[in-house]
Structure formats: C-alpha cells, structure tokens
Design a binder for this molecule. Structure first.
Ligand code: F0G
Length: 443
C-alpha cells in the first residue's frame, strides 16, 4: 500500500482536506474538491506505461486508463498482481481508453489549415464517449466505499457510461435526463444497461439540480464530473495524447465545452505533469462552446458587464457568475443547440475550468451549429465517426487559425469526445445539398 492520497478543496483560501473515502463532492463551504497525491511519480514510469501496451492479457495494462494507474492511484495500490488490482479497480474488461490515441486526419488538416494536427477519437470507448475514462475511476471509488447505487444527470453520454459500469458491477443506477433533449442512441443505452431513467422537464442544468438534490436527500453517490474521481480518470485522455508525442507537449489541446469536466481534467493533468517535471512546456487549452450554449465564452471574454471572468489565482469573481445566471433566468435565456451533448448553460465545473485556463493561458471560442455539422461531416470523410458536439473541435481550430490565434505551424491535439448516436443528424446533413460536405443520395 502506498499512502498519501487525500481530497482537498480547490479554493486556496479554504483548503479543507478530507480522506479519500469521503463521498462528498464539495467541502463544507461549498467548493469543489481535488484528489491530491503525496508522491512525486518518477518520469521513468513513461517507459512502464509504454511497455504495458503489450498487455499480455492483463486487463489493467490493456485499459488505456489503468495503464497509467500510478498517476491516479487514489486506491493506493502498490502491486502488479492482477487479482489484487481486481479487488479495487473497475474496468470493462480493459476496454476503456484502449482504442484511444491521436490520429492524423488529412482532410481535416487541409480544411482547417494546420498540418501538425491530430484528432483523438474518444468515441471508440466501450459506451461510445470520453466519459468511460472518468466513469471507470468514479465507479472504482464507489466500489471502494461500498456504494450500491450511483446517480447522475446527463445530456446522454454520462448516463450511458454510468449505466454500463453500474450494470457490470452489479450496482443500481438512476439517470436524470432533460426530457426530449437526449439523442435516441444515448437514451437507448441507459435503458439497455438497466438504469432507471428519470425524465426532467427542462434542460441539463435542471436535471443536474434535481439529481444533486436527490443525492443530497438520500446520501446518493453522484458520478457527474463534479465528482473529483471522474476528473482523475479523464486525465488519461491527456496522458495518451502526450505519450503519442513522446511526452513532447503540443502547442494546443482543444475540447468542446459543456460542463467543463474535460477542461478541468486537462488542466489538472498538465499542472501535475509540470510540477513533477514530466513536461517542460505547458500546452494552451482552447475550449469551444456552441454559440447557443456559450456561458463560458460570454463570461471569459468579458461579454457580460464588460468584465473578463478569470480564476484570478484562486479568487474568481463568483458574484459575476451568479449575476449572469440570474440574468439568464430573468430573461428566460435557455441553452439551445442541435448539439444536445453540450446544451448546458451553467457549467458545474466552471471554477476548475477557469483554473485550467489560467494555468495554460487558455482561450475560449464559440462556433455555430452549421460549423459543428461541417466539422463532424469532415471527420467522417476521413473514415472516423464523431457526434455533432465533437465537430466543434475541427470547427473551432479552423476559426482560431483564421483569427491567427492558432498558427499554421503549431502542433494541435483535438479531442473528438463522442461517437454519433443520433443517426438522423448525418442523414439529414447529407440529404441537404446546401451543406458544405453533403453527399446527397441519388435515385
Ligand atoms: N462532448 C460530448 C460528446 C459530451 O457528451 C459532453 C458532455 C461534452 C462534449 C462536454 O464535455 O462537460 O467535459 O465540458 N456531456 C455530458 C453528459 C454533459 O451528460 O453526457 P464537458
């Protein structure tokens, strides 16, 4: 057993600490938590991680998450013994993260005008999105503290992933979804994996409030990305990207922005790797919002009250966030985008997201629905599948390139967060000859 892992409040002026076995998602003053480690992992592990790709049927080496287990060792395991690992670590038989690595997609590169660009499809995870990276670790924590039922709110992918791991671990799972706003393929996964679906009138933000309220009342275990153990698993998206570049950090890492769990986990992984001396350069994070759900873009870029919201070394202007949320409520402003995965107006991880953006000198942009659809279609024309929200990544890179923020010689990694689960979207796209990359059917 290694020792030294604990949980700590992210607010530097608060800094309350809790043991790993605590299942709260906030400190008692209402701030989000981080998982912290007492050790400084040696860079020689880079070779160990690489060797584990030749996994010899050890599922914890096969898993693209647990292959990096020393960097998320909150269970404090200090053994290579597979039976011993199985007592703690949850895996869908080694499938999570196994197929994920960055690929060069030449048609996308030509379109956006950046040649040193790699796109990492996280849609090839077992439940079809990046969520499995963090769900495998959150459910590992749930198992550690002997939880029998997990609970989440979702725009679809989180619920699919939570339901899948719950089914495999014999846990119950309640999923709160905004009624009528979830892609059919995602909803069908929740049913198929035996979850209890609870439909909420409203949007994702309403579903999240309802699920957190319920979890609070019954002491339920929340597996949304406000759970710090989710963030730990999602760090491996960055590890796999960096490993493919020989740990030579790129100039940019680009994500679509929703609840900002990805942004938060990317920031945490880079903070840790930099602190441990594993990387010398800090890549810049670019978050791409949908124009119809652009709270971060609005606040970060000073488009509300002419004030640019920043982490500000741990003293963010949280009143500004509150005023903007009240303003949206008063005006009846609801998030609206065809990319329902990121149809979110109140990103639950906004503070961790701001911390990540400050550490990486990040930026926030936004793209339209039609730009996302073109991005999605173009990824398809390279033989890779992604959903509309992921199309924000090539679309955002193109826009930032045109604005000369991303330079044509920069090295860029873009994360394609999910696989297509609403077949009507590409079918409708291609049937309409007005669309840029449409390939309409002939009769
Ligand atoms: N892309 C896809 C495909 C998603 O499903 C999500 C979030 C995001 C991007 C946004 O990521 O929240 O880390 O900024 N989906 C959540 C869900 C909200 O419930 O499945 P984020």
């Amino acid at each position: 057993m290694q020792s030294g892992a604990f949980q700590k409040c992210i607010d530097p002026t608060c800094g309350l600490e809790y043991p790993i076995t605590d299942i709260r998602i906030e400190c008692e003053r209402g701030h989000l938590l981080d998982v912290k480690y007492g050790n400084n992992p040696s860079p020689s592990l880079k070779e160990t991680f690489y060797k584990r790709r030749n996994h010899a049927n050890n599922i914890f080496n096969e898993s693209g998450v647990w292959r990096f287990r020393e960097l998320l060792n909150f269970c404090q395991i200090d053994t290579e013994n597979i039976d011993e690992c199985s007592k703690y670590l949850v895996s869908l038989d080694g499938a999570e993260g196994r197929l994920s690595k960055p690929y060069h997609m030449s048609k996308v590169s030509d379109y956006v005008g950046v040649q040193n660009m790699w796109l990492q499809p996280e849609g090839y995870n077992p439940s079809g999105s990046f969520k499995d990276n963090g769900m495998t670790t959150a459910v590992t924590h749930a198992k550690l503290v002997k939880i029998k039922k997990i609970i989440c709110a979702s725009t679809g992918n989180t619920s699919a992933s939570a339901a899948m791991y719950a089914a495999n671990e014999n846990m119950e799972c309640d999923v709160y979804i905004p009624a009528g706003e979830v892609a059919p393929g995602k909803l069908s996964q929740a049913f198929q994996f035996g979850a209890q679906v609870i439909e909420i009138k409203g949007n994702f933000d309403d579903a999240l409030s309802a699920s957190l309220k319920q979890a609070g009342e019954v002491g339920g275990y929340t597996v949304n990305s406000v759970n710090p153990f989710r963030i730990e698993g999602q760090k491996t998206i960055v590890f796999r990207a960096l490993e493919s570049l020989d740990w030579d950090a790129p100039d940019w890492i680009v994500y679509p922005g929703g609840a900002l769990g990805n942004t938060s986990s990317c920031g945490k992984s880079l903070m840790e790797l930099y602190e441990w001396g594993w990387i010398k350069k800090i890549p810049r994070i670019a978050v791409i919002n949908s124009e119809g759900a652009n709270t971060l873009h609005t606040l970060y870029n000073g488009k509300f009250e002419k004030t640019s919201l920043r982490w500000n070394k741990g003293k963010p202007d949280t009143d500004l966030i509150k005023r903007y949320y009240d303003f949206m409520d008063e005006k009846g402003m609801r998030p609206k985008t065809k990319a329902t995965a990121i149809q979110i107006a109140k990103p639950a991880n906004i503070l961790k997201g701001l911390r990540a953006l400050e550490f990486t000198n990040g930026i926030v942009s936004q793209v339209s629905d039609s730009e996302m659809l073109d991005g999605m279609a173009l990824v398809g024309l390279n033989g890779f599948d992604c959903e509309m929200a992921s199309g924000a990544v090539p679309a955002g890179i193109k826009k930032l390139m045109q604005e000369e923020i991303i330079k044509k010689d920069d090295t860029v990694i873009g994360i394609l967060t999910g696989r297509q689960k609403d077949s009507s979207i590409p079918v409708d796209y291609h049937k309409n000859p007005q669309n840029k990359f449409a390939n309409p059917p002939r009769s």
